[in-house]
Ligand binder design. Structure first.
Ligand code: ATP
Ligand code: MG
Length: 432
């Protein structure tokens, strides 16, 4: 096959056959975000590269290895690898942070990272994400985590473990970074190249390295929770007790430092074992320093990103239910050329009432029209033959039950009126 006929590695087509799965996660995430008082925001697909360097961080995998960047007319742009940086940039640029706080937004968007494609790891993937700016309260952390959990529960997912940690503030982290340096220094030569550099610039990043050798070395590294200052420690206790009061279970996982530089205090991941190694379906936390770091006021903020492909993969693995796509309600089968304009008109009359109606567009024989109608999962079939049209009446057949009803075919209005009556009556039939 010619190369231009193949989709790029690490991307996916979502054909109509699978679209119901996407509609399910998109609808559920939207509904739940709105019920928590979050409004949708839409941001550009690309931003000036410096935005990501300054926010995601120079020592992260994303910035060091995974960004898709281009120089266009002398400015360097990058396809967004995540949604937080662009969202905070938009909040700043549109004056949203000068309005009543907290500002609470959600998004459903595509992200781009140059990674090695595998199950649950793509080069173009999609995130549902939320960001809340303006609250330092531990209840805000609890709300954000609870929103994520509500989505996972509503989708019917099981066996997803909430991993919780606090990575403190710059104050507690300074001492911790020193301890990490001392711990890793004797192993410097054994570390991967990226981590040798991280040891100098940002040792905490070492804990996030994907290399098994580095992970083995990091196994007994000091844990941040032993270094938290009083304020961060009290905050973490309050988050935990708010979650406990809501019956939310969690495990403390000191290895979670998150892949992005901007996090402070609470960090968390919802992890499943159903889909193998790429098991984090939702990840987030607090990033109190980011807005100021980007040139805004000092405003605390937090949020999460949920990978929609991983979510769907997990749902498939666990046999969770997806919404069924609406099928064809009425299929009109014109038997000859004269019946075509009638089919066109009657189909339109039904659509005006919100009914999903279709008719033959390929001059098919009666038999192959039946076959096609069946394939569409048609509920009702109406044959438009010359006899029926002459007499001004015909039959509408329920394809599931085989039951037939007489229906007027003398005008579109009468046809539509009869259809409503019949489908309503049948609905009551089945309800009994
Ligand atoms: P990982 O450790 O798996 O690389 P990350 O820390 O890079 O994840 P985040 O930047 O926190 O991931 O992104 C939030 C969520 O987006 C992840 O938990 C995951 O569900 C999803 N995600 C991240 N990268 C990819 C990818 N390449 N393909 C599919 N989903 C992804
Ligand atoms: Mg990653």
């Amino acid at each position: 096959m010619a190369n231009y006929l193949k989709r790029p590695q690490g991307t996916e087509d979502v054909t109509p056959e699978r679209i119901n799965k996407w509609m399910t996660v998109e609808k559920v995430t939207r509904d739940i975000a709105e019920s928590f008082g979050f409004s949708e925001i839409r941001i550009p697909t690309f931003e000036v590269t410096e935005l990501f360097q300054r926010s995601v961080g120079e020592t992260t995998d994303v910035v060091q290895k995974e960004m898709y960047s281009v120089i266009a007319k002398e400015t360097q742009f990058t396809l967004r690898p995540e949604g937080t940086a662009g969202t905070i940039r938009a909040m700043l640029q549109n004056g949203m942070l000068a309005e009543a706080l907290p500002q609470k937004v959600f998004y459903q968007l595509s992200c781009f990272r140059h990674e090695r494609p595998q199950a649950g790891r793509l080069r173009e993937f999609h995130q549902f994400g939320i960001e809340m700016a303006g609250s330092a309260s531990p209840y805000a952390d609890a709300e954000v985590i609870l929103l994520g959990k509500t989505v996972l529960d509503r989708l019917g997912l099981k066996d997803i473990v909430l991993n919780l940690n606090s990575i403190g503030c710059p104050k507690c982290r300074a001492k911790y970074q020193e301890a990490l340096k001392a711990y890793f220094e004797p192993h410097r030569e054994e570390l991967c190249e990226t981590c040798q550099e991280r040891l100098v610039r940002n040792p905490m990043r070492l804990l996030d390295c994907k290399s098994p050798e580095d992970q083995a070395i990091a196994k007994d590294a000091p844990v941040i929770l032993d270094y938290l200052c009083e304020e961060c420690s009290a905050h973490f206790e309050a988050v935990k007790s708010a979650l406990t009061s809501m019956g939310v279970e969690y495990v403390i996982n000191p290895k979670i430092v998150r892949g992005l530089d901007y996090y402070t205090k609470t960090v968390f991941e919802f992890i499943t074992t159903s889909i193998g190694a790429q098991g984090t379906v939702c990840a987030g936390g607090r990033y109190d320093g980011l807005i100021e770091q980007l040139g805004g006021q000092s405003i605390p903020a937090l949020g999460f990103g949920m990978g929609l492909e991983r979510l769907i993969l997990t749902m498939e693995q666990q046999g969770c239910a997806f919404f069924e796509e609406k099928k064809c309600d009425v299929y009109l089968a014109p038997m000859d050329a004269d019946a075509k304009p009638v089919a066109l008109k009657y189909a339109y009359a039904l659509r005006e009432m919100g009914v999903r109606a279709e008719f033959d567009l390929l001059d098919r024989s009666f038999k192959s029209q039946m076959k096609y109608a069946n394939k569409l999962g048609t509920k009702y079939l109406v044959v438009l033959g010359s006899n029926e049209l002459e007499q001004g009446r015909g039959q509408i057949k329920n394809m599931e039950t085989g039951k037939q009803h007489e229906i007027r075919l003398d005008s579109a209005a009468n046809f539509a009126e009869d259809y409503s009556g019949i489908s309503l009556a049948e609905m009551f039939d089945t309800a009994e």
